[in-house]
Design a protein around this ligand. Structure first.
Ligand code: GDP
Ligand code: IMO
Ligand code: MG
Length: 431
């Protein structure tokens, strides 16, 4: 019973990386359980941002060990690049990283398939081959981390997958090579090279984590993306291809739910979304541009401008109910400085009936969400810079009042508030 879980409760980019880095101080293991190199998790080290896509966000703490679970789709080359990036900063992964043998591989072929079938443009994906890699897993023709350990067989299976995906998108050999960015031999050689480096870390991760849990190790499970990008519970089809919600922890690490001790939901004090899909509280016009600039809302993986809007307590409440969130951590409260008034959505006007939904309740479907009109609760703003605040009492009364409203409308207490990107910029006391 020692697993704590960090989950994004909006559309991703809630600041999970910073919070995982913070809570890793009280952890022995940090384990990613879903997603892949579509994630971009930011931490601050010596005043500079460190952005990780696959390596768990506990890696900055030398005593913490990191795990990549079977639910992740692993881009082996991206992982090798990330390991080099960390080594360049003097961070060693030696003895500190473990990879599930059952994790499926996301390869350059999957990226090419995604680009050639225009899925990336229809959904606004990150273009990391995530959907095709999960599709191959489910259709049972995917390659797994364990396949990297058997190079001869690996090459055959890669060749067969290459051909299958090339044909599936109707590309001739030249066009497919061009989309992949290389020919088969070069891609296979690079993956085999990655296999040599990663090989010693590939293991039966489920057994390892269960044994660690048995001996009382403190495990932190790190979610990627957020509840509204969940393949089942999100704004389908404008979602990612994994379960970003609580069930993903059990399937993506191979741990039973009884081992989960606490579920921590991370939300921004406002909302953002990258890519296409419904976003009822989205800002428009000049406000959208000005807010994005002041908040620095540009994608950590693709640098795409993020769409910004008011906090949506209706959606956040549903995320918390699905996930069984015990406690909320609210990030980026500092960004709302000098905005008057501050608003959050707490109900929707339903399209069919013209009636308002009960506070925090929504009959959820993507179609309804696209047509529903949010109703707002307004709060007085504040002028103060919050980044130096370290206690609940130090926060301006208006900011406290907003947080109380946010907690009330979301239905979950706020356990901590982040007031800046750095690890120490946190207010821990709850309202
Ligand atoms: P993640 O994907 O959930 O880990 O979030 P990202 O790293 O993609 O995006 C969050 C961004 O907000 C990063 O640039 C963080 O450095 C930054 N950030 C996190 N918490 C805070 C905060 O409380 N205040 C401010 N100003 N920035 C924050
Ligand atoms: P982190 O972990 C925000 C979005 C994409 C697109 C949709 C599908 O940093 O919060 P995909 O490439 O997964 O097939 O794209 O999901 N998306 C994210 N948005 N943060 C992320 O990760 C995301 N990962 C995927 O923009 O709309
Ligand atoms: Mg991110």
């Amino acid at each position: 019973m020692s697993i704590r879980v960090i989950l994004g409760c909006q559309w991703g980019d809630e600041g999970k990386g910073k919070i995982v880095d913070l809570l890793a101080q009280e952890s022995d293991w940090v384990a990613r359980f879903q997603g892949g190199a579509n994630a971009g998790h930011t931490m601050i080290r010596e005043g500079r941002p460190v952005v990780l896509h696959l390596v768990p966000s506990g890696i900055l703490h030398p005593a913490v060990r990191c795990a990549i679970g079977n639910g992740v789709v692993l881009d082996a080359q991206a992982l090798v690049e990330e390991i080099r990036y960390l080594q360049g900063m003097g961070i060693s992964l030696e003895g500190r990283l473990r990879i599930s043998a059952c994790a499926h591989l996301a390869t350059p072929i999957h990226r090419a398939y995604e680009a050639l079938t225009a899925v990336d443009r229809a959904i606004g994906t990150t273009g990391r081959g995530i959907g095709p890699a999960y599709a191959d897993k489910v259709i049972r023709r995917g390659l797994r981390a364990e396949d990297l350990l058997a190079p001869a067989r690996f090459r055959d299976r890669l060749a067969s997958l290459w051909e299958t995906l090339r044909r599936a998108c109707g590309a001739d050999e030249q066009a497919f090579d061009a989309a992949v960015g290389d020919d088969f031999g070069a891609v296979a050689a690079r993956l085999e090279e990655a296999g040599v480096l990663l090989g010693p870390w590939i293991c039966d991760l489920t057994d390892l984590l269960l044994s660690e849990d048995d001996r009382g190790a403190r495990i932190l499970a790190e979610g990627a993306q957020g509840a509204w990008l969940d393949i089942d519970h999100g704004t389908y089809p404008f979602v990612t291809s994994s379960n970003t919600t609580i069930g993903g922890v059990c399937t993506g690490l191979g741990v039973p739910p009884q081992r989960i001790r606490r579920v921590i939901g991370v939300v921004k004090a406002y909302a953002t979304r990258v890519g296409l899909g419904p976003f009822p509280t989205e800002f428009s016009g000049q406000m959208a541009v000005a807010f994005r600039e002041r908040a620095g809302e540009f994608g950590a993986t693709t640098r795409r401008p993020r769409r910004c809007g008011w906090y949506d307590a209706v959606l956040a409440r549903r995320s918390c109910r699905i996930n069984g969130v015990d406690e909320l951590i609210v990030t980026k409260l500092d960004i709302l400085r000098e905005i008057e008034p501050v608003k959050l959505a707490n109900a929707y006007r339903m399209p069919e009936t013209e009636a308002d939904s009960a506070p925090g309740v929504i009959r959820f479907s993507t179609r309804e969400l696209e047509r529903s009109v949010p109703k707002y609760r307004e709060f007085a703003g504040w002028q103060d810079d919050l980044s130096a605040c370290r206690s609940w009492e130090a926060l301006p009364a208006a900011a406290r009042h907003y947080l109380e409203g946010l907690a009330e409308e979301t239905g979950v207490p706020v356990g901590a508030v982040s007031v800046g990107p750095a690890r120490h910029e946190i207010v821990k006391s709850s309202p």
